[in-house]
Structure formats: structure tokens, C-alpha cells
Design a protein around this ligand. Structure first.
Ligand code: MSP
Length: 650
């Protein structure tokens, strides 16, 4: 029977919609799962959503819905995104499902039966957004939460405790005996020092809110959200399944796949996965996951991603603009998995144009184009091998070896860098062999065939190498090479083989794999799409103001005497507005919605005392008001005809 492989992502909170951080982990896990399947392993890949807890209860309240309604809505966004990206998870677990809740309760009861849970009182400083209690000494400056920097509150409540302290030595011994349990090394060191400071017992129930799994036989308490959440990794497999009819009736998946090979997590949740979770498993008498790998965080153009800054990268928009494979490639190529990275659309455009369109894309079109031109699209025989060809073959074998080595370390960027070293070598090989020159000399036809065969066989290898990262592009490349588009186990075995492409076979249609992107055009599209989102974020975050603050703004009725387009601008209109006392020029970015004649003779609401600014060289004195929708369509605030210019609006 083939070897097993089990990989998981964190389960994502449903108080917010998916962003690039969630997308990143899930793409990494998917790439690893695809790689393992390609290598013939019986692979299980789990993701899902974390739907309980105070944060979700509060988010739902704010939106006037029940927590489950909110979860039902947000979970759809996750399903949609993962299907768009081609995520190959075997299951999707929601912590509100009966099959999960029952097992969480069973786990709790087992821990109780083992004497590892006891009742007591908990007193500490509580951070609601982080759902974490802190001791006095752990608090940051000014009593702030050491994780998120927000204020904490003193809280005392009855709680059940898990005897985590009991497992301190066993956990340290495990980490020592299994140096790759926590990856990368830097995270391991952090956790080891944390444990050595002394593990305290963990408060594992709450009475201050109710949105969670009830403690069996004590329904005033709900089970602490992290105990609930971490259990997903085994509940999805039917651990200890005794549930009928609402879930699994057998635990064969658990028997087959546990312990997990990799839990992929972000650096902020390492402690939960490498201290809480393993000690729980020890108490349950279960084996620990083989590896917990913590990746870094993405900032956006040097800044922390946050709703208030309006810079949260929306994966749907990214995919719409760049396509799935480009996004998958970029996220895993740009930064070392395990370190923080900075996201920018410019970097994404440069990688697409450089690595994908220029390097790989051109290699494909020019080499296969020549097989079309000189050999009617039939793969030539490989009969006249020289040193340069052997060097390429050796490089393919070398790349395959590096490929497996780096995948084992989850060093995705190194895997890709080594594949792209092969891409560059093939481009250089073509430049040096000059097949276009060989083609002019009939006596060199065999040599020409060998050169083009060597490149095409290199592309065959590349189509396998890129398959876990860019599944669609791999298929397209294989179709162009005239190969089956399905990646099978045999292809993984062939990773280190050369001369596998069948001479005499017919190429498919040659098309560009990655079109070049026009930076200006793309940046304009992104900015136009981002503006309404930033507006919304800005609105959500603004504090209340006193009437005096509002009164500082002069809102006035203005009569539009004239309107014209601003030359060389698609966006701007120049309006001549009568403000009741004089005429003034106002430049406004509304040309995509309104033509000048729509506005002439109309009365509009405008801000009269805004500092002048220059737009395309024209000074604008004020701003007309518009309710601009999410698609960027403007709706100006027209006033009824006859309202005198200069009338104050308040
Ligand atoms: N529900 C918990 C996990 C429970 S697992 C048993 C949770 N959810 S989360 O939705 O807040 O975060 C999920 C993951 O997204 C975390 O691994 C976190 O590190 C990751 N990211 C959130 N923002 C991120 C970036 N800016 N960059 C990269 N990953 C980030 O925590």
C-alpha cells in the first residue's frame, strides 16, 4: 500500500472575508498536496473554518445577524475562492458541524476522565479580539495586549483548567528528540524558551459568552475556542467516532492518516499548535503531528495589512486581474516560506513579465515555434548528441534532485529558483546553438533536430516540475508538447528521467502561456478598484465628530454654467460653477459617468472651502459631492432646479 501524507491549513475565522494571508497558506498546502500525490503518496488535505467564539459573536451582532448566519455567508466566500484557485482539499470542516462538535465534547470528556481537567476560577487580563488571557507580567506597556496592542480588561470567571503544566517535560523531550517537529528552526527556539519559562495550566472554558460548544454536563460553560478549533484536525478524520446519525460512523480515516505530516500555520498561531495542541494530544494518548511549519506574514507595500488603511489585498481581485497560476506562482516564489514578505502589485507585474512571460513563455513559443517551422510540428529524433546536450540532460537530473530536497523542506521558492535555473539554461542553450543558423544548412539537419529535441524534452520536464505550482499552465504546456495533460504518478517517476518525449509525436497548437502585462494599464485598474474599498474602510473607521467639526465644512449649492472634458484625461471634467458670489473652476474625476452636457445648467452640492489643488495643471477650487458605488460609478448630488446658487446645505 502506498505511503500516506496528511497536510492541513489552519481553519479560518469567519468574522472576516478571505484575504491574501489565508490564500497564501492554502496555496502552499495545495502545492504540497499536489506534489505528494504526484509522487504517488496517498494524500489527505484538510482545510475549513473556525466558526465559534466571541469575535464571531460580536461581528455577527454588529451586522444584525446570528453567528451561524454570518458563518454561512462567509463560508461561501471561502468555498468560492478555493474552487476558483483549484484547491484540492479532500474535506472542508466547519466547527459548527455536528460531526465536529460531538468530537470536541468527547475530547473534553476524555480529558476529564483522565483527570487532566479540573474546575477553578480564572482571573487575568483578557483581550477580547485575541480571545486570550494574559498575566500581569505578560502585558505590554500601558496594560495593552502583547499580541495585538489593544486594551485588555481584568476578568474573573469560573473556568475549567487543562493540566498543561503536567506535560511540560514530555513536550520539551519530544521537541528535542524530533528536531523538525517545529519548523523553521527560529520558531522552534522561540517555543522552547517559552516552555522553559514554565507551562501553566490552561483555562479551557468560558462563561462570558455562549457562542461555542457546550461543556458536557455544564452548559453555562462553552469550550475555549482553541480547544474546539485544534480538534478539527482529528474530528474531520472521525477520531473516536461514535456518532450516529450525524457524521462519521467509522474512524477509518483517522486510523489511516493520523498523525498529520504537516500542520501549516502562520507565525502568530505557532504556540497554539506546538504547545496547546501537542499537550492535549499527549493527554489523549495520541501521537503528535510530525511537523508544524510556521510561515511569515505579508505586509503590503511596507505596511501592515489592515482594514483601516484600506490596503487589504483581495484575492478575488488579484485573480481576476492576473489569473490563478500567476498568483499561485508569485506567492510561493517571491518570499522564503517561513519569513515575512512584502506584497506589491508592481513586484507581481515584474515577476509575471520577467519569470513567466519572458523566461518561460518565450522559451516555449520560440522553441516549439521552430519545431513547427522546421519539422512541421513533429518532434524530431534525438540522434546526434553532443556535450552541450548532455549538459542539459545532466541539469534536468540535477533539478529533479533539488526539487525533492527543497520540497521536503517546504522551500517553495528554492524549488522554483532551481526550475528557473533550468529555464535560463535552456534559453542560453538556444542562443548558443543558434538553431535558426543550423536550419539554413541542410547538412546540419540532424543536429538541428537534436537541439530542438533537447529543448522540447527540457520543457517536458518543466511541465512536470511546475505542475504542483501552476496546474493549468502545466496542462497547457503539455498539450502544446502533444502529451497527455494529466499528471500521473508515472510523471513524477520521470522527473529525473531524460529523453522521455516521444520523437515523431505531433505537437499541439503553440500559444503564449503568459501574456505580458502592461504595468500602467494594470495599475490604473487596481487603483480604480481599490478606491471604493478604501472609502468604505475609511468610513468604517472614522470616529464620531461634534457638530462644530461638521460646521467647519461649507457645503453649498453651485450652478454649473459650463462643463468640458480635460484634454488628455479620461477621468476629469472641468466645471465652471457659480457659487452665488462668483464663478469658480472645479475639476472632478467623474468623466467616466457624466458627459459635460449632463451637467450644464444643473445645480450641484459642493464643498466650498476646500484648499485648492492642481489636477492636470488646472487649479480646482472645491469639490462636487458624489455617492460613488463599488464599481466606481458616480452619482452626483443634484439639487432641484431653482435652488439659488450659494444656498448653504447643512
Ligand atoms: N482560527 C484561527 C486558526 C485556528 S487553527 C486550529 C485563526 N484564524 S485566522 O483566520 O485569523 O488566521 C488564519 C491564518 O491566516 C493564520 O495562520 C494567520 O497567520 C494567517 N494570516 C493572517 N494574516 C496574514 C498575513 N498578513 N500574512 C500571512 N498570513 C497571515 O488564526
Amino acid at each position: 500500500m502506498s505511503e500516506r501524507f496528511y497536510i492541513s491549513t489552519p481553519i479560518y475565522y469567519v468574522n472576516d472575508v478571505p484575504h491574501i494571508g489565508h490564500t497564501y497558506t492554502t496555496i502552499a498546502a495545495d502545492t504540497m498536496a499536489r506534489y505528494q500525490r504526484m509522487c504517488g503518496k496517498d494524500t489527505y488535505f484538510l482545510t475549513g473554518t473556525d466558526e465559534h467564539g466571541q469575535k464571531i459573536e460580536q461581528a455577527a451582532q454588529k451586522r444584525g445577524m446570528s453567528p451561524l448566519q454570518l458563518a454561512d455567508e462567509v463560508v461561501q466566500r471561502y468555498h468560492k475562492l478555493w474552487s476558483l484557485i483549484g484547491i484540492t482539499n479532500n474535506d472542508f470542516i466547519r466547527t459548527t458541524e455536528p460531526r465536529h462538535k460531538k468530537i470536541v465534547q468527547q475530547v473534553f470528556q476524555k480529558l476529564q476522565a483522565a483527570g487532566d481537567i479540573y474546575a477553578g476560577d480564572y482571573e487575568g487580563w483578557y483581550c477580547t479580539p485575541c480571545e486570550a488571557f494574559w498575566t500581569e507580567s505578560q502585558l505590554g506597556e500601558g496594560g495593552l495586549c502583547p499580541d495585538c496592542g489593544r486594551p485588555t480588561a481584568r476578568m474573573k470567571e469560573p473556568t475549567y483548567f487543562f493540566r498543561m503544566s503536567k506535560y511540560q517535560d514530555q513536550l520539551l523531550a519530544h521537541i528535542e528528540a524530533n528536531p523538525n517537529f517545529i519548523m523553521p528552526e527560529s520558531r522552534k527556539n522561540e517555543i522552547v524558551s517559552f516552555i522553559k519559562e514554565g507551562l501553566r495550566d490552561l483555562s479551557v472554558s468560558r462563561t462570558s459568552f455562549s457562542w461555542g460548544v457546550e461543556v458536557p454536563n455544564d452548559p453555562k460553560h462553552v469550550i475555549y475556542v482553541w480547544i474546539d478549533a485544534l480538534t478539527n484536525y482529528i474530528s474531520a478524520l472521525g477520531y473516536d467516532a461514535r456518532i450516529e446519525p450525524a457524521g462519521y460512523v467509522d474512524d477509518s480515516l483517522f486510523k489511516k492518516y493520523w498523525p498529520a505530516d504537516f500542520h501549516l500555520v502562520g507565525k502568530d498561531i505557532v504556540r497554539f499548535h506546538t504547545v496547546y495542541w501537542p499537550t492535549m494530544l499527549m493527554a489523549l494518548g495520541l501521537p503528535l503531528p510530525k511537523h508544524v511549519f510556521a510561515h511569515g506574514w505579508w505586509t503590503v507595500e511596507g505596511q501592515k495589512m489592515s482594514k483601516s488603511l484600506g490596503n487589504v489585498v483581495n484575492p478575488f481581485q488579484m485573480i481576476d486581474t492576473f489569473g490563478v497560476d500567476v498568483v499561485r506562482y508569485f506567492l510561493l516564489r517571491e518570499v522564503t516560506f517561513g519569513l515575512d514578505g512584502d506584497f506589491s502589485y508592481k513586484a507581481l507585474i515584474h515577476r509575471t513579465n520577467g519569470d513567466l512571460a519572458n523566461d518561460l513563455g518565450n522559451l516555449v513559443t520560440r522553441s516549439l515555434g521552430m519545431i513547427g517551422r522546421y519539422f512541421d510540428g513533429i518532434v524530431p529524433p534525438a540522434d546526434f548528441c553532443e556535450q552541450a546536450d548532455e549538459d542539459i540532460q545532466a541539469l534536468i537530473i540535477h533539478t529533479a534532485n533539488e526539487y525533492h530536497k527543497y520540497f521536503a523542506e517546504l522551500a517553495f521558492n528554492k524549488v522554483l529558483a532551481s526550475v528557473w535555473a533550468l529555464v535560463s539554461a535552456l534559453n542560453k542553450y538556444i542562443d548558443e546553438m543558434q538553431p535558426w543558423a543550423l536550419a539554413k544548412d541542410e547538412s546540419k539537419r540532424n543536429r538541428l533536430g537534436m537541439v530542438l529535441y533537447t529543448v522540447a524534452d527540457g520543457l517536458r520536464a518543466i511541465s512536470n516540475f511546475i505542475a504542483p505550482f501552476m496546474p493549468d499552465s502545466a496542462k497547457k504546456l503539455r498539450a502544446q508538447l502533444g502529451m497527455s495533460t494529466e499528471i500521473a504518478f508515472a510523471d513524477a517517476v520521470e522527473l529525473a528521467n531524460v529523453n522521455e518525449l516521444k520523437a515523431g509525436s505531433k505537437l499541439g497548437e503553440v500559444v503564449a502561456l503568459f501574456p505580458r502585462l502592461d504595468e500602467k494599464e494594470i495599475m490604473a485598474k487596481i487603483q480604480a478598484e481599490a478606491a471604493p474599498v478604501a472609502d468604505k474602510a475609511a468610513k468604517d473607521e472614522k470616529p464620531q465628530i461634534a457638530f462644530d467639526d461638521f460646521a467647519k465644512v461649507n457645503l453649498v449649492a453651485g450652478f454649473v454654467e459650463d462643463a468640458e472634458r480635460v484634454p488628455k484625461s479620461d477621468k476629469l471634467l472641468k466645471l465652471t460653477v457659480n457659487d452665488g458670489k462668483a464663478k469658480r473652476i472645479i475639476v472632478s474625476g467623474i468623466a467616466a459617468t457624466y458627459a459635460p452636457e449632463d451637467l450644464k445648467g444643473k445645480t450641484l452640492a459642493f464643498v466650498e472651502n476646500l484648499k485648492p489643488v492642481k489636477l492636470m495643471g488646472i487649479q480646482s477650487n472645491g469639490m462636487v459631492l458624489s455617492a460613488t458605488d463599488a464599481a466606481g460609478k458616480h452619482n452626483l448630488l443634484f439639487l432641484p432646479d431653482g435652488v439659488p446658487a450659494g444656498t448653504i446645505i447643512k
